[in-house]
Write a protein that binds this ligand. Structure first.
Ligand code: 13P
Length: 256
């Protein structure tokens, strides 16, 4: 059985005291919530809060901390960058790589993201690798080609044993922060396409064990329908992860 995962990408939100309040509210809600023990939950704050969030999350089954980005080099003279090793030393377990905001605002290329994947895996951390097409590419019916290229350029150099450590997140750019969620049909269609692509490259066992998350205006109201899709294994949540009540409701949205 592949893992069910709900990850909250807090992006550049929350001051320190607000972040502590949020992690406290989430951990209190999850403490006695045995029905979500099996679901992997990841809190992904800004770098400065990583240690605090990791400490506060300690002791809750399957609750982990992640980072939103990392450097593509291991260490050295890279002013302003944060390495995968640093993230690990602060208690981080997951690292988002290739979020569309990084690709568009910071011009991250598939080649750079490939290097980040290698660095993250080298530290035995789990990459949450983001893929997804723009509105224009979907309109031009090029969405499958875009996603295929993002995956093959940055991930298909991996041997199967390493690819198995990656989590994918399909986040159509047009759905992020817009309220325009992909329909469950659109999400399922793309997730199945991705799984089929992975099967062709690595075989059925690897494809079946791969967790593919959906992200893009996923919230406490639409998560149930999205998570009911056979190839949607959870969500990468932005806005709705900033409120404990909504985030916990999303964790409870998997079919029983
Ligand atoms: P929203 O849930 O705010 O649309 O953001 C999704 C996202 O980008 C998560 O990484």
């Amino acid at each position: 059985m592949r893992k069910k995962i709900v990850a909250g990408n807090w992006k550049m939100n929350k001051l320190y005291s607000e972040a502590v309040e949020l992690v406290d509210e989430i951990t209190i809600a999850l403490k006695d919530d045995t029905k979500s023990d099996e679901i992997v939950k990841v809190l992904i704050p800004s770098f400065p809060y990583l240690r605090k969030v990791a400490r506060h999350s300690h002791g809750i089954p399957n609750l982990f901390t992640g980072a939103q980005n990392c450097a593509y080099e291991e260490a050295g003279a890279y002013t302003g960058e944060v390495s995968a090793g640093m993230i690990k030393s602060l208690g981080g377990t997951y690292v988002i790589i290739g979020h569309s905001e990084r690709r568009s605002y910071f011009h991250e290329t598939n080649e750079e993201l490939k290097r980040k994947v290698n660095i993250v895996l080298g530290q035995s951390l789990t990459p949450i690798f983001c893929i997804g097409e723009s509105h224009e590419k979907r309109h031009a019916k090029e969405h499958f080609a875009v996603v295929e290229k993002q995956i093959s350029d940055s991930l298909f150099h991996l041997i199967a044993a390493d690819f198995k450590k990656v989590v994918l997140a399909y986040e159509p750019v047009w759905a992020i922060g817009t309220g325009l969620t992909a329909t469950s049909q659109q999400a399922q269609e793309m997730h199945l396409f991705i799984r089929t692509l992975v099967e062709k490259k690595y075989g059925k066992e690897v494809a079946t064990s791969l967790s593919i998350l959906y992200g893009g205006s996923c919230n406490s109201k639409n998560a149930t329908e999205l998570f009911a899709c056979p190839d949607v294994d959870g969500g990468l949540i932005g806005g709705a992860s900033l409120t404990a009540k909504d985030f916990v409701t999303i964790i409870h949205s998997f079919p029983s």
